[in-house]
Design a protein around this ligand. Structure first.
Ligand code: NAI
Length: 331
């Protein structure tokens, strides 16, 4: 099927090599100003920072698009109610490699704790001092996981193997703690729940205040789980000891592109990047060979199924009726 791929990078071209479908790769992200690129394509393939709002969906429909395949599990960037009303069929990749994100999460924890990012820069300058690089043993520490589904559950196992006590706040689990209790006891807090209206700014000023002074906060979930301004204030006051982010509230304006020769327009992101105890990666948790292969395989299966049967395979099918623009599962 002729498919317009948006927000594509070299790695997409590499992993989506197929004779079965006629793919056009566009580097542009999908939004109101670029949707006309999809005119005449029966299928559109989108990634996490594409914006499939009502206006864009109307334009896609008017241009002849019938099917939308997401190279992601999360669908918080798609207005599913409008898609349903317009008769656009949407499919996703429900799970491709929770290990990829779990391992990246633990990588951020280790790097921040032992200051590997600083040590790397320092030794390359032939500075072999240890001042400022003091960490702590993970063994015996308490890790609080907000969300313990596929990814959080794997982080739990890894941290238990380090000898950590792991606390969990997840309404789906019987041993779930209240968020405030988890925050007050944890040396490291890591977020693995979906972004929904209920979890938007789950970590704000009040929650940061009840965290252990000097604790570490990790977010590889979704940027909107954290109130970035509140986090910035907590870093400035020293209440927050370290911050590791793979996602950021306003990431669609920055992540997945090289802005190195331009002034950074986002003052909060720019300020966060000045702290030595902040480590930001640009949404690379999913970026492993295994995850890319799984994303490509399932996305192509979705396209083939749309082409042959007019429907995606059951588990990959969207919408969930009544889901709002913010509701999501995993990415
Ligand atoms: P999952 O659906 O397996 O697990 C999510 C868990 O969060 C569920 O157990 C659910 O009960 C729980 N939850 C829901 N609301 C909650 C709340 N208010 N407080 C605490 N827990 C709550 O999802 P999965 O696959 O583990 O993904 C988790 C997150 O990881 C998602 O937010 C997703 O966007 C993110 N992700 C990030 C990637 C990256 O590259 N950085 C890649 C893939 C996913």
């Amino acid at each position: 099927m002729r498919t317009a791929f948006f927000s594509t990078h070299r790695f997409d071209r590499d992993s989506f090599q197929t004779n079965e479908h006629d793919i056009s790769f566009f580097e542009a992200s999908l939004d109101d100003s670029t949707s006309s690129l999809a005119t005449g394509f029966p299928a559109v393939c989108a990634f996490v920072n594409d914006r499939l709002n009502t206006a864009v969906l109307h334009k896609l429909k008017a241009g002849g698009t019938q099917y939308i395949v997401l190279r992601s599990a999360g669908f918080n960037h798609v207005d599913l109610e409008s898609a349903t009303q317009l008769g656009l069929k949407v499919a996703r990749v429900p799970a491709y490699s929770p290990n990829s994100v779990a391992e990246h999460t633990v990588g951020l924890m280790l790097c921040l704790n032992r200051k590997l990012h600083r040590a790397y820069a320092r030794t390359r300058e032939h500075n072999f001092l240890l001042d400022g690089l003091l960490g702590f043993d993970f063994c015996g520490r308490t890790v609080g996981l907000v969300g313990a589904g596929k990814i959080g559950g794997l982080v739990q196992k890894i941290m238990q193997a380090f000898g950590c006590r792991v606390l969990v706040s997840d309404p789906a689990l019987p041993d779930s703690l209240e968020l405030a209790e988890l925050l007050s006891q944890s040396d490291i807090v890591s977020l693995h729940c979906p972004l929904t209206p209920a979890t938007h700014h789950l970590i704000g000023r009040a929650q940061l205040a009840v965290m252990k002074p000097g604790a570490m906060l990790i977010n590889t979930g979704r940027g909107g789980l954290i109130d970035s301004r509140a986090v910035l204030a907590a870093l400035k006051s020293g209440q927050l000891g370290a911050l590791g982010l793979d996602v950021y509230e306003e990431e669609e304006s920055h992540f997945f592109r090289d802005l190195s020769d331009k002034p950074l327009q986002d003052d909060i992101l720019a300020r966060l990047l000045t702290f030595p105890n902040v480590l930001i990666t640009a949404h690379q948790g999913f970026f492993t060979q295994e995850a890319l292969a799984n994303i490509a395989r399932t996305t192509l299966e979705n396209l083939s199924s749309f082409e042959r049967k007019g429907e995606a395979p059951g588990p990959n099918r969207l919408p969930y009726h009544g889901a709002s623009a913010l509701s999501s599962s995993s990415e």
